[in-house]
Structures are given as structure tokens and as C-alpha cells.
Design a protein around this ligand. Structure first.
Ligand code: FE
Length: 343
């Protein structure tokens, strides 16, 4: 994905940073501008509607740049105190953890955020908060697998699934965070055994995205896999007859592993007060429902009804572990996946 800012579409990496610095990010905004600036790893289609709604309700204008979290974090770092950005929004807890770890996010104390966002979905130091929950669970072929055959993530390493498992690439942060959470839950030796077992069971080279993986299951290339539920929702919304179904992993144990899409106020935010106000608004029930519903996710704030499509998948037990561990253990997870040959 390329960075987008209005009609300005630069190339990746260092060039993004350099150009960003040269044009002062917005090309026109300055430190005195009242427009909020958001760096977002969540795609435009999912965030513009929420920004538009906020502007309509409050009059607060919002500009945004979208790109992958890595380049956005590098850009924030390179811009330093000159950055125009007020908010960093990502689709993975590990990314927010990295940004916070590098001192790029400002700790904020907000009774509203602390009340609306559960403790396990936010940074203990208040540098970032989860605003939607993404569940990563098992998907299976209804033609070749019975739900009774399934249980937890570890069981997919058993020899019975040899040649039947499909996974997305280990380069994707979702899998890095999942493995990090497995390390937090089981310890490193046991997690290594699990991931080694997964690799031994692969039916095909890891896929570049969750949708291709599910299409491979539907086409008979493999029988089971791991996906974020909203990709399942999007796929079956378009093709309701696909012979695949979700299975809630580890319901007798820790529960389904979850991640967040979340945000924090940047360390050098020129409009930190307005930025905090926006995040507080995002934690309120109506905004929560809208933000999560846009992408068929679950709201971070409890007792918000999911979209009817999502609700139809039924309730499930979620892992109560703090998502901060996805960040803390991510480097360890990446090394582990590399060691066992998970590409
Ligand atoms: Fe995604």
C-alpha cells in the first residue's frame, strides 16, 4: 500500500519520510492549524466515514495519511518535534507497542477512555487504546471437517492435520502477534513445538492474505486455517455458499486470541487536547458500534452489539490476556517462526 495524502502519492520507505519532511506533511497545515492530523494504518474506506461523522457532529476537521504502520512509525520518528501528526492509528497492538516503545506516543490520563476501554485492550501507561477487537480463529471446510475434530490452536499441530493446514505468511503482523500471544500463554518451548507442528502440516506455501487462504480451503487445497473473522465476514457476504465456517478456538481453555485496531496521541502532537477528545468520542457507544461495524469487527467497549452478520457467528470466549504482550513478545515470535521454517 502506498502512502496517501490527498492527491499526493509518494513511494515507500525513506522516500516517504523525505518527501513528508519536505512538504511538511500536509503541504499547507502548520502548527497553528486546528485541523487534526491522523496517521492511519487502517485503510481509507474504513476510517474516512468515522472522521466525516466526527466532523459533522463537532465541526472538528480531520486530515489523514494512510500507509502501513512501519512506514508511518518511521515517518513519525524522522519528523520528531516538527511532526504535524496528532494521532497514530494502527490495526495491530504490536505496532502501537513499538511506537510507544520508541517514545512516539504521549501517555494520556483520561477517565472516559479508562472507563470505556477494558484494561486488557489498552497500554498500562495510557499511550494507546484499542477501539475495535479483531478475533483470529480457526476456519474450516464444512465438506471435509466436523467441528468436533477441532479444539484449539495447538491441536492444529497434531499429525492428523498433515497436508491439511493453510496459513497466512509469518511476515504478516497478525501472525506475529498471534504467536507472541501463544508464547505469553504457553511459554516459548511449547509454542515452538506448536508452530513447528503447523509448518509440518502445511498443505501449501503460506498465503499472502487471509482471503486467499479461505478460498484455498473452499477449493479443496486444504481443510483448516487461521483467519481474522472480518475477512471471513467479507468473503461469505459476497459468496454465501462457500463451504467454509468459523470455529471458535480454545473455548475450553484461554479462549480465542484477539488483537485490536487502536490509536494513541503522538508525542509531539500540536493539538493533543483535540486529539484526546477525538479518542474519547471514539470510545463512546455509538462511535464504537460504527467503528467496529464498518469492518465487521467487535467493539472494544463491552456490551456493544456487533453487526448482524457478525452476531450470527455466535458468542465466544475471548482470551483475557493483555494485548500489550503482542508487542513485548513480537521480536521473540518472529525469531521463533524463522527458526522453525515458517515463511
Ligand atoms: Fe486486516
Amino acid at each position: 500500500m502506498k502512502a496517501r495524502f490527498g492527491g499526493f502519492v509518494p513511494t515507500m520507505g525513506a522516500v516517504v519520510v523525505a518527501l513528508g519532511l519536505l512538504v511538511g506533511v500536509t503541504g499547507c497545515a502548520n502548527k497553528e492549524s486546528s485541523e487534526l492530523v491522523v496517521y492511519s494504518a487502517r485503510i481509507e474506506a474504513l476510517i474516512k466515514p468515522i472522521f466525516d461523522r466526527y466532523t459533522a457532529e463537532t465541526g472538528q476537521k480531520i486530515r489523514f495519511v494512510t500507509d502501513d504502520a512501519g512506514p508511518l512509525i518511521e515517518r513519525l520518528n524522522a519528523e520528531g518535534a516538527n511532526s504535524q501528526a496528532d494521532i497514530l492509528l494502527t490495526v495491530d497492538a504490536g505496532e502501537l507497542w513499538h511506537a510507544a516503545d520508541r517514545g512516539l506516543l504521549k501517555p494520556i490520563q483520561s477517565d472516559v477512555l479508562n472507563a470505556n476501554i477494558p484494561e486488557s485492550l489498552r497500554d498500562p501507561q495510557g499511550r494507546w487504546f484499542g477501539f475495535s477487537i479483531r478475533a483470529r480463529t480457526i476456519v474450516y471446510s464444512t465438506e471435509r471437517v466436523k467441528p468436533e475434530d477441532l479444539s484449539d490452536y495447538a491441536a492444529l499441530a497434531e499429525p492428523r492435520w498433515k497436508g491439511k493446514l493453510c496459513l497466512r505468511t509469518s511476515k504478516k503482523v497478525y501472525n506475529q502477534s498471534l504467536v507472541a500471544m501463544l508464547i505469553a500463554e504457553h511459554g516459548e518451548p511449547k509454542t515452538e513445538e506448536i508452530v513447528r507442528g503447523w509448518v509440518a502440516n502445511l498443505a501449501a506455501e503460506p498465503f499472502s492474505n487471509d482471503t486467499l487462504l479461505m478460498e484455498a480451503i473452499a477449493a479443496g487445497q486444504c481443510d483448516v486455517g487461521l483467519v481474522n473473522t472480518y475477512y471471513f465476514g467479507r468473503l461469505v457476504r459476497d459468496q454465501p455458499d462457500l463451504p467454509i465456517k468459523l470455529f471458535w478456538a480454545d473455548q475450553a481453555g484461554q479462549g480465542v486470541h484477539i488483537n485490536i485496531s487502536g490509536a494513541g496521541v503522538t508525542a509531539h502532537s500540536p493539538r493533543a487536547e483535540a486529539a484526546q477528545k477525538f479518542l474519547e468520542w471514539l470510545s463512546q457507544p455509538e462511535a464504537q458500534q460504527f467503528f467496529a461495524g464498518q469492518n465487521l469487527e467487535y467493539a472494544a467497549s463491552p456490551s456493544i452489539e456487533p453487526d448482524p452478520i457478525v452476531k450470527a457467528w455466535g458468542d465466544f470466549k475471548r482470551s483475557p490476556m493483555n494485548v500489550v504482550q503482542a508487542g513485548e513478545l513480537q521480536a521473540q515470535a518472529v525469531k521463533l517462526m524463522d527458526r522453525v521454517g515458517y515463511r
